[in-house]
Design a protein around this ligand. Structure first.
Ligand SMILES: Cc1ncc(COP(=O)(O)O)c(C=O)c1O
Length: 459
C-alpha cells in the first residue's frame, strides 16, 4: 500500500480501524472518540505518517535495532519467499534457514546456551521456558519444583502464564487471572525507588537476597525457576547495581533453582554486548530472545536452553508436546540471520557499547539538574528518566497526574517519540541513531520537561 496522501482516504482508513481493529494496550473506548495515528513509512530512526516525521527514540517497542527500512532485509524476504514460503518444524523436519539460525544463536550466546526453540513472540518464548523448566525438573525426578519467582516491575509478556510473571497488576485483574502457575514476587533491584539510605552496591546485594528470602519462604525444593529481565525495560528502564546479578546467580546455584534471563529487550546488542548477561556479569540457564532477533521486521522469538537442560530432556526422549505452526518459519529465520549479519558487518553492537551508549548517557545525565528529574539511568541504548516532585525525598508525582504522558505528548509535538511508563520516561533508540539526533532528542526532552515543570509549578 502506498502513502495515504489523500485526507479522505486517511479518514476512511481510520474509521475502518476504529470499527474493526481491537488494539493492543489501548483504551478501546477512547479510541472511538479520537482517530488512531496512522504510521505509513519508516526509515533509519524515523517514522512518518499523516505528513508528520518523528524521530523514534523507542525504536518501535525497543526492537528495531538495525533501524527501519533496510533494503537488504526486503531482498532477503522476497528471496526466501520465492525459495521456501513455508514449511513446519514438527516431526523432525527442518529447513536451511532455521538450522543455520539455531547454530548462529548458539555461537553468539554466552556459556552453554546452545539449544534453541523457535516461537513468534517474547511471550510465547517465556511460556515455552516455563514448560521446559517444569519438564526439566520432572525429568530430574523433582516434579514438585513448580513455583516460579519473578520481580516487581517486571514485564514478560501477555500470554496467560507470562502475564502471571509480570509485576503489572492490571494485566491480571482485567481477566481475573489467578492460581497456576504459582508465581511469587521478589523485590526489584530499583535503587532509586527502594534503596533508602543504602549505597548502590549494598542495595544490589540486598535486592538479590530478597530472591533468596522468597526461595526459602516456600522451600527451594518447590521452586523451579527465577524469571528476570537483566534490565527492566517496559516498567521503567531499571538498571540494577553492579552487585546484583552475580549475587542472584550465586543464590540460584546454591538453591538449585534455574535462572532464566529474559533478554527480549536486552538481547542482540542493546546493552553494548550481544547479551546483557555479558554486560552485567552473570550466566543464566535459559534465555528468552525476541525483538532484536529480527529487529522487529518479522515476528520471531527464541527460547534458549543450556546443554545440561537439553541433555536432561533429550536423555529420556519422547515427543516434545509443544510447538507452533510457524515455529522455525523459513522467512522469519532468514530475516533473523540477515539481521544478525547486518549487526556484525556494521559493528553495531560495539558501536552501542563504545560510542552511542556513552554518548547518550553523557547527554541524558545533564537532565539530572532539571527540577522534575530525580534520576537518569542508562545502559547502552536503554535509558530511563525518572521524575520526582522532590529530589531529596524522591517523592513521586501521583500517577493520576499523568505527567509522563504529558511530557511524551510535548516531545511528540516537537517531533520525538519517547515512552511513558508510570513516572519514568523510557528510551530505546535504534543502533543507527547519530550524535546529532541524540542532541536533538535531548534538547526536545529538556523543552518537554520545562513544560511539565511549568504545569506542576516547579519551573
Ligand atoms: C522483557 C520482555 N519480555 C517479554 C516481552 C513480551 O514480548 P512480546 O510482546 O513479543 O510477546 C516483552 C515485551 O515488551 C519484554 O519487554
Amino acid at each position: 500500500m502506498t502513502g495515504v496522501s489523500d485526507q479522505s482516504i486517511l479518514e476512511h482508513l481510520q474509521s475502518l480501524d476504529r470499527a474493526h481493529h481491537l488494539h493492543s494496550f489501548t483504551d478501546t473506548k477512547a479510541l472511538l472518540q479520537a482517530p488512531p495515528f496512522v504510521i505509513e513509512h519508516a526509515k533509519g530512526s524515523y517514522v512518518s505518517g499523516q505528513e508528520i516525521r518523528l524521530l523514534d527514540a523507542m525504536a518501535g517497542l525497543g526492537c528495531v535495532n538495525i533501524g527501519y527500512g533496510r533494503e537488504e532485509m526486503a531482498e532477503t524476504a522476497s528471496e526466501t519467499i520465492r525459495q521456501l514460503s513455508y514449511y513446519h518444524s514438527f516431526s523432525a523436519v527442518s529447513n536451511p534457514y532455521a538450522a543455520a539460525l539455531s547454530a548462529q544463536i548458539a555461537a553468539l550466546a554466552p556459556g552453554s546456551l546452545n539449544k534453541v526453540f523457535f516461537a513468534n513472540s517474547g511471550s510465547e518464548a517465556n511460556e515455552t521456558l516455563i514448560k521446559l523448566a517444569y519438564l526439566y525438573w520432572r525429568r530430574k525426578g523433582k516434579p514438585e519444583k513448580r513455583v516460579l519467582i519473578s520481580r516487581q516491575h517486571s514485564y514478560h509478556g501477555s500470554t496467560w502464564a507470562a502475564t502471571r510473571l509480570n509485576g503489572n497488576q492490571p494485566m491480571l485483574d482485567q481477566f481475573g487471572i489467578a492460581a497456576e502457575p504459582e508465581v511469587l514476587k521478589a523485590m526489584a533491584p530499583y535503587w532509586y525507588r527502594y534503596g533508602g539510605n543504602l549505597s548502590l552496591e549494598e542495595f544490589g546485594v540486598e535486592a538479590a537476597q530478597d530472591i533468596e528470602k522468597v526461595i526459602l519462604s516456600v522451600g527451594a525444593d518447590k521452586v523451579a525457576a527465577v524469571f528476570a529481565e537483566p534490565i527492566q525495560g517496559t516498567m521503567g528502564g531499571v538498571v540494577p547495581p553492579n552487585t546484583y546479578w552475580p549475587e542472584v546467580e550465586r543464590i540460584c546455584k546454591a538453591h538449585d533453582v534455574l535462572l532464566v534471563a529474559d533478554e527480549v529487550v536486552t538481547g542482540f546488542g542493546r546493552t553494548g554486548q550481544w547479551f546483557a548477561q555479558e554486560t552485567l556479569g552473570f550466566q543464566a540457564d535459559m534465555m528468552t530472545l525476541a525483538k532484536g532477533l529480527s529487529s522487529g521486521y518479522v515476528p520471531i522469538s527464541a527460547a534458549v536452553i543450556s546443554d545440561e537442560i537439553a541433555e536432561t530432556i533429550d536423555n529420556e526422549g519422547g515427543i516434545l508436546q509443544h510447538g507452533f505452526t510457524t515455529s522455525a518459519h523459513p522467512l522469519t529465520s532468514a530475516m533473523a540471520l540477515k539481521n544478525i549479519e547486518i549487526l556484525e558487518k556494521e559493528g553495531l553492537v560495539s558501536r552501542v557499547g563504545e560510542d552511542l551508549g556513552p554518548y547518550l548517557a553523557g547527554a541524558l545525565k545533564k537532565l539530572e539538574d532539571h527540577p522534575v528529574v530525580g534520576e537518569v539511568r542508562c545502559c547502552g541504548l536503554i535509558a530511563g528518566i525518572e521524575l520526582t516532585k522532590n529530589k531529596k525525598t524522591r517523592e513521586q508525582f501521583p500517577l493520576e497526574a499523568n505527567l509522563c504522558d504529558y511530557i511524551a505528548q510535548m516531545a511528540l509535538l516537537r517531533g520525538v517519540i519517547v515512552r511513558p511508563a508510570g513516572n519514568v520516561l523510557v528510551l530505546c533508540p535504534t543502533f543507527v541513531i547519530s550524535h546529532a539526533e541524540i542532541d536533538f532528542l535531548v534538547n526536545v526532552l529538556r523543552e518537554a520537561l520545562d513544560e511539565a515543570a511549568k504545569a506542576v509549578g516547579l519551573a
